[in-house]
Unconditional design. Structure first.
Length: 146
């Protein structure tokens, strides 16, 4: 059996578009925290991550998202986003909308912060985020909206 046959098919119905992007953001944070290496040799990120893994208290704040996807699933989401952002056939406005969506869902930033970072109003940022979701749903029929 070759390696390609061993790869499990991606189950895109597991999450909505928002869910996949939030999970990808949580996965990125997990990888960052596990692999952090500070110049002073303290490895604070690794210590912090070990404390977080050992802490079983439920999280009550909105911004904490538990990573529920595998490395392979994260690679699929990353490849999807990268393919759109690197494509010559996708226009600038669509890429800008996707960047707003990434800031909002992957980076877990509120619409006000996205608006400030992209030099637009909060309403414009919300429209861009919505447009990017619709674009993703149309671009890849396996994705579903919430």
């Amino acid at each position: 059996m070759n390696a390609a046959a061993k790869i499990k098919e991606m189950d895109w119905s597991k999450f909505t578009i928002d869910g996949w992007l939030e999970q990808f953001g949580a996965w990125c944070e997990t990888v960052r925290m596990k692999g952090g290496d500070l110049p002073d040799g303290l490895h604070v990120n690794q210590i912090y991550w070990k404390i977080m893994e050992a802490d079983t208290t439920p999280r009550n704040f909105k911004s904490f998202i538990t990573c529920e996807i595998s490395d392979a699933e994260a690679d699929h989401v990353h490849a999807l986003l990268r393919s759109i952002l690197k494509s010559d056939s996708v226009d600038y406005t669509t890429k800008f909308a996707l960047l707003c969506l990434i800031k909002n869902k992957v980076e877990n930033k509120g619409l006000s912060r996205v608006a400030n970072e992209t030099n637009q109003s909060k309403a414009q940022a919300a429209i861009m985020v919505s447009c990017a979701k619709f674009y993703l749903a149309g671009h890849d029929k396996r994705l579903r909206q919430g």
